[in-house]
Design a protein. Structure first.
Length: 508
């Protein structure tokens, strides 16, 4: 019988793949040495790199220590060279750990020109950012493997995006001062635009005559807070503005370089209403068709045809709605960056601020602090994107306790730094809302005539306030405060200009 015995097992027979070659983090010690040599031989080289290069950016800890010593001495107004560094390190006893006197002398002999110092500094900084990217990538992988119950995958993504954004900010080496001449040139450009338009508007027009007269439009990098009590029409107001802007154009150039009119782009973050609900509201306002009839399908054939034609026209507008709930500042920032890259961006609207969440993994001590971080984040986005940001905000109930219920800055709910961060604070107020709820009853001592007189007075007050809204500017960093009256059609949730003496509102 044939022997089928299993041969002895030899580990060496198994092919072994040791995986990819182990790589060390990116660094360049020679560049670090050359830069330190430039600083030690001529301290003016430090001026070219001090704005962006820190000791932590060096890969070699000894080089980081030496650069820190140079920085300390130069900022004290002292000379930093091999001799002064020798005394500096001798006093704290770690000279030998850094290579001793001979290494400092060797560094100083590695002379490069001051011009090269800036480029060497950027190389060192870039390599540091690359090392941080590697660490962040490993952290993302490890966190994804841990399946942390307190953080969902989406929250982990947003946390990683926030850290990546901070790293991107660290990666900037071209910051610093803007010359007054350059700043003046930009300022004159905005003045020139306003002069050419001839309407006193240098920012993004709201589409409402009196609002633009008071504000001059919504200006780039401004944070505009729009606050009101419930049922005042905050969402209706900003949807009207979003629609007005989306149907506007601005001068630009096509791919061939010809001057053309470019449609304006609006980013609308709706944290309270779904995208289709918001779209229905805009459609109702644009088509001047009651929204409740649209919802219930009680339109006539003519009304339906009109709404259909209006919807076709609206579908061409660059109005983008994001109804993600519990949106965070990092999440919003990434979305508007992507939108600006793909479709352009002229204004951001957030409905509303208190429905946003803090940064994932953040540990704010209170909701007030968290809301303050959100308002600061929105202001940062306005500056980064260079567009106005309109954020809706709730007001506290204390307005209801006053005889005059017009809101004030102190009424901002969970205000924290909202008032401080805002460039413009706008309040909406409708006297009609409160008067309608003050209908008098007949008292025990009221005669019939007295009661009817009270009813007549109430009706007269209600008629005077009907279909009117007040937009109150409580703060404007670069302009006057004041108020304007607007026409409000509740049936279509539409704000428009009040009629001038010789004309009626557009909705009549």
């Amino acid at each position: 019988m044939e022997d089928h015995a299993i041969p002895p097992f030899d580990v060496s027979d198994i092919p072994f793949d040791d995986g990819p070659e182990l790589r060390s983090p990116p660094h360049n010690y020679e560049v670090e040495q050359a830069l330190l040599g430039a600083v030690l031989s001529n301290n003016k080289a430090f001026e070219r790199i001090s704005d962006f290069l820190l000791p932590v950016h060096f890969a070699d800890p000894a080089h980081a220590e030496i650069y820190h010593a140079c920085k300390t001495l130069i900022e004290r107004g002292q000379l930093a060279n091999a001799t002064t560094l020798k005394n500096f390190f001798a006093s704290n006893g770690n000279l030998e750990d850094l290579g001793g006197t001979s290494y400092l002398a060797e560094l100083q002999s590695n002379v490069v020109t001051i011009i090269n110092a800036s480029e060497y500094g950027k190389i060192i900084h870039d390599l540091y950012i690359r090392r941080e990217l590697i660490d962040l990538g490993e952290e993302v992988v490890n966190n994804a493997h841990t399946h942390e119950l307190e953080l969902s995958a989406t929250q982990q993504i947003e946390g990683a995006e926030q850290k990546l954004y901070r790293l991107a900010e660290e990666g900037q080496t071209e910051g610093g001062f803007t010359s007054f001449a350059d700043a003046l040139a930009v300022s004159m450009n905005y003045i020139d635009v306003a002069m050419k338009q001839g309407d006193g508007i240098s920012g993004v027009s709201s589409g409402l005559r009196d609002v633009d007269k008071l504000l001059g439009g919504f200006h780039h990098s401004d944070l505009i807070i729009l606050a009101a009590r419930p049922s005042m029409g905050k969402t209706a107001f900003v949807t009207n503005i979003a629609f007005n802007i989306a149907q506007s154009t601005k001068p630009g150039h096509n791919a061939e370089g010809d001057e053309v009119d470019i449609p304006m782009s609006v980013a609308f973050f709706s944290l309270e209403m779904s995208a289709d609900q918001l779209a229905s509201r805009i459609l109702s306002s644009a088509a001047e068709t009651p929204s409740h009839l649209m919802r219930k399908g009680e339109l006539t054939e003519d009304q339906f045809e009109h709404v259909f034609q209006v919807s076709r026209a609206l579908s061409n507008y660059k109005l983008f709605i994001d109804d993600t709930p519990n949106l965070t500042i990092p999440g919003l920032r990434n979305r508007v960056r992507r939108l600006k890259r793909q479709h352009g961006l002229d204004i951001i609207i957030v409905d509303y601020l208190q429905l946003m969440s803090g940064a994932p993994g953040g540990k704010s001590d209170s909701r007030v602090q968290e809301v303050s971080e959100i308002s600061r984040g929105l202001k940062g986005i306005a500056k980064e994107m260079n567009v106005p940001v309109i954020a809706l905000s709730q007001l506290s109930r204390q307005t209801e306790q006053r005889e005059d219920k017009r809101p004030q800055l102190s009424d901002l709910r969970e205000s924290g730094s909202i008032e401080q961060d805002a460039d413009v604070v706008i309040f909406l107020y409708r006297d009609e809302y409160y008067i309608a709820r003050e209908k008098p009853g007949q008292g025990a001592d009221d005669s019939t005539d007295k009661f009817h007189e009270k009813l007549a007075n109430h009706e007269a007050r209600l008629d005077a306030a009907r279909n009117k809204a007040e937009m109150i500017v409580g703060k404007q960093r670069h302009g006057p405060i004041g108020s304007v009256e607007l026409h409000f059609n509740g049936e279509f949730t539409k704000f428009s200009d009040l009629a001038e003496e010789d004309q009626l509102p557009e909705s009549y």
